[in-house]
Design a protein around this ligand. Structure first.
Ligand SMILES: [Zn+2]
Length: 239
């Protein structure tokens, strides 16, 4: 596996390059994975999923949901909220099912939880989502039924979400993957998809990823540290 750390080994210089790209981007899109939640102390369910093992814990979803309801977003989640609030972040794709992006304050309109969300059920027909904990009708207004939204290992993401994600991947002029080994299909294919359209690719992950060869800029540092340095750089460049 090729490990790149291009074009500049110095952390501050790489941050400056990222800030410049992101500040000039028209459609900055981010993909997140388990790494940003493990930094926040969440058990690494999605990583287990990423390496293709059976997620044993999912056999007791109620215990899992209970655990996750108590979980709090970490520094990387809040950095992304800051990027949203200054209108820099245009779209966020997350492989995580832990609800932490919503909890941290990401607006659902700019978020696609491509593998679902433990707290949400989804209409099998129209894709509408409702909270697991809300009072709800037996059927959706469209006639469909509500099912857990979490996508199992052998299932494809919902067409609706996957189409939405592809639209934003193609619009992206800077695409940043954070805390993911980029080993889960089809979501990992948005990197080559964006790259073909000319997007700059930034990868932030402490371990090597399957797509390091596509990176225009590579960070092996912690996601929270990198994203917060980018936020600080963007805010000071606006002064
Ligand atoms: Zn429906």
């Amino acid at each position: 596996m090729q490990v790149v750390n291009l074009p500049e080994p110095d952390f501050k210089k790489r941050i400056a390059i990222a800030v410049q790209w992101i500040a000039n981007a028209k459609h900055f899109t981010v993909l997140t994975g388990a790494g940003i939640s493990t930094e926040a102390g969440i058990p690494d369910y999605v990583s287990v999923r990423e390496i293709g093992e059976k997620p044993a814990k999912l056999t007791t979803p109620s215990a899992l949901v209970k655990n996750w309801q108590k979980a709090s977003p970490g520094p990387a989640h809040f950095a992304l909220v800051n990027l949203q609030n200054v209108s820099v972040l245009k779209f966020l794709v997350s492989q995580n099912i832990d609800n932490l992006h919503i909890k941290s304050g990401i607006r659902p309109e700019i978020l696609s939880e491509i593998h679902g969300n433990l707290m949400l059920e989804r209409c099998t027909k129209c894709g509408k989502t409702i909270s697991k904990f809300d009072e709800r009708p037996p059927r959706c207004e469209c006639g469909g039924i509500f099912r857990p939204s979490v996508v199992k290992d052998d299932e494809d993401p919902s067409d609706l979400e996957w189409n939405r994600v592809q639209v934003h991947a193609r619009l992206a002029d800077v695409l940043c993957a954070v805390g993911t080994s980029l080993s889960v299909e089809p979501v990992n294919s948005i990197l080559p998809m964006a790259k073909r359209q000319g997007a700059k690719i930034i990868i932030i992950n402490q371990e090597p990823t399957q797509m390091d060869n596509l990176a225009d800029l590579r960070f092996f540092e912690r996601a929270g540290e990198v994203l917060n340095a980018i936020v600080a750089g963007l805010l000071s460049s606006r002064k």
